[in-house]
Design a protein around this ligand. Structure first.
Ligand code: ATP
Ligand code: MG
Ligand code: MG
Length: 551
């Protein structure tokens, strides 16, 4: 693997280590278990785990699980699997923000005793109204001056489940006139009568993201709390909690810009909609930009890490990364690592009229043109075979170097053949080609003429049927959710999935789930990890052969 590209966070950490301000860094990746991880999360994973690896530190995996209504154990399991699959190891156990609920509660009581938090009876709508706007200061709640004793009692009763869900909240008492709206008495606790996947029915109140995140970082000894730019405005609040609570250490929040990729979405909420509406075949549908979807599609962990390295880490917001960069990363990985094979997606029967019935020869073909460590493939040649329909044209244009009536083409790794006859059914549909072999062309050029075209083929006797799923972008628009008021589903690509009944060379019969191949002249493919069995082989097209990424 190549050395990772430098970025502003790594440079900063290196300076801190060299300057002696930090001895060992601790980072964390903090997903909320309310969906599967997507390629944007992969960027954050590579950054946080990568930084710890490169700087001799630790990276924690911590579930930010403060919203039980939207969270599930299944998401926790999937996230753990994805992080491991990407090749990263978290330091220590898997952690949960909910591990800290007792401590957070004690800290809420601490703020109340210090006169820095109060129970508010305003409704959610009223709280929003009182909060003011960017141009107008907020208005203090009439409950803001409750005394500590009353606040402690109310909080305890909120915890016991004495009140309904929007009857009361606990708020920090900071500054209702602050130019930063996040400091206008942010909410610390909400009442939620929900069962939590980790803590069960112990709590009827749940801490807010803001009240949880920095303190969890501090409890874990996180030195650098790296998050996306939309949290920049929350940083003063992050620091306010650390300054006003007896925390064991003071982590620092550093923001970077989130990844947006064209022709897809990087929002769990919107991806969940595609799953819930049955538009895709689950979170790991190979068209999804989720880590598990990309895995199923045939992406390698190395290619995703390489992509994350290529896009870099900056604070420049709003950019859209070209998906061609992602496909470039997987293509260059598979170019070197995927064994070759021949597979005909749209089979057209060819009868070689001068090859006797029952005749058979077998070619030993390298598994990979540049690697002699890969097993040799045994490719049988018989009188009847299949070529791809697209490699034949009855009335070819000038520069068509494949097969046409009266024309010659080379069968890859085999002979030159000439098309003598086109066989059609009553409707005029071509059902077969009758061709003849020039037996003097195996491994050498034909006498006295040039044959430019080479096409792939599969023996009709020995070929194995494959279901091949061809994928295209899920959306037709570069930024399907650009218009906030419009429905992004309107931009769905109706042809994002095409299924072919293909025929592959016999070596594919033993393909295990998740094994990857280059189907020569066609693209890179991966045996589906769920659907492919020896009795019914299913391949997903990972990516085509043509690289469209311009540096
Ligand atoms: P979403 O909006 O898709 O739900 P999120 O930020 O709410 O994403 P979290 O589970 O909170 O999802 O994310 C965990 C970490 O991943 C956070 O630190 C978050 O900043 C980071 N992250 C999420 N989306 C992206 C993205 N598109 N690019 C880079 N980092 C991201
Ligand atoms: Mg989040
Ligand atoms: Mg979110």
């Amino acid at each position: 693997e190549t050395t990772p590209a430098p970025n502003f966070i790594r440079n900063q950490v290196r300076e801190e280590i060299e300057g002696g301000q930090v001895t060992k860094i601790v980072t964390r990746f903090p997903p909320e278990p309310n969906g599967f991880l997507h390629i944007g999360h992969a960027k954050s994973i590579c950054l946080n785990f990568g930084l710890a690896e490169q700087m001799g530190g630790d990276c924690h995996l911590r579930f930010d699980d403060t919203n039980p209504a939207k969270e599930e154990q299944a998401y926790i399991d999937a996230i753990k699997e994805d992080v491991s699959w990407l090749g990263f190891e978290w330091a220590g156990p898997v952690r949960f923000a909910s591990d800290y609920f007792d401590q957070l509660y004690a800290w809420a009581q601490h703020l109340i005793r210090e006169g820095k938090a109060y129970v508010d009876d305003l409704s959610p709508d009223e709280i929003r109204e009182y909060r003011g706007t960017l141009t107008e200061p907020g208005t203090p709640s009439p409950y803001r001056e409750r005394n500590a004793e009353e606040n402690l009692d109310l909080l305890a009763r909120m915890r016991e489940g004495e009140f309904g869900e929007s009857e009361k909240v606990l708020r920090a008492k900071i500054d209702m006139a602050s130019p930063n709206i996040n400091l206008r008495d942010p909410i610390l606790y909400r009442i939620r009568h929900a069962t939590h996947h980790q803590t069960g029915d112990k709590w009827k109140i749940y801490p807010s993201y803001d009240f949880t995140h920095g303190q969890s970082d501090a409890l874990e000894g996180v030195t650098h709390s790296i998050c996306t730019l939309e949290f920049e405005d929350h940083r003063p609040l992050y620091e306010w909690f650390l300054d006003n609570l007896p925390v064991p250490c003071k982590p620092r929040q550093i923001e970077f810009s989130r990844l947006n990729l064209n022709y897809t979405l990087t929002s769990k909420r919107k991806l969940k909609l595609l799953v819930d509406q049955g538009i895709v075949d689950g979170w790991d549908d190979p068209r999804m930009p989720t880590v598990s979807g990309m895995r199923r599609r045939g992406y390698t962990p190395a290619s995703i890490r390489k992509f994350c390295d290529m896009i870099g880490v900056t604070r420049a917001d709003g950019g859209l990364v070209d998906i061609a960069m992602l496909t470039h990363a997987i293509r260059s990985d598979l170019e070197d690592s995927a064994p070759r094979s021949m597979c005909v997606l749209k089979p057209l029967k060819v009868v070689l009229t001068n090859v006797p019935e029952g005749h058979e020869e077998v070619y030993d073909v390298p598994g990979h043109p540049a690697r002699d460590d890969m097993p040799v493939r045994r490719v049988p040649f018989t009188r009847e075979l299949y070529i791809d329909r697209d490699d034949f044209m009855e009335e070819p244009p000038k520069k068509f170097f494949r097969l046409a009536p009266g024309k010659e083409v080379r069968l890859r790794n085999s002979y030159v053949i000439r098309c003598d006859d086109v066989i059609k059914d009553e409707s005029g549909e071509i059902t077969a080609l009758h061709c003849s072999v020039d037996f003097d062309t195996l491994g050498k050029n034909p006498e006295g003429r040039k044959v430019k075209g080479v096409i792939h083929w599969v023996s009709a006797v020995h070929g194995v049927p494959l279901e091949v799923r061809l994928y295209d972008n899920l959306f037709l628009e570069e930024q399907p959710d650009k218009d906030k008021d419009a429905d992004f589903l309107e931009h769905l690509n109706p042809e994002s999935l095409t299924v072919c009944q293909a025929i592959g060379e016999p070596s594919l019969a033993h393909a295990t789930p998740e094994s990857r191949f280059q189907f020569e002249r066609v693209g890179y493919f991966c045996a589906d990890r769920h659907a492919s069995t020896p009795e019914h082989l299913v391949f997903n097209r990972t990516v085509g052969l043509k690289d469209t990424w311009a540096k």
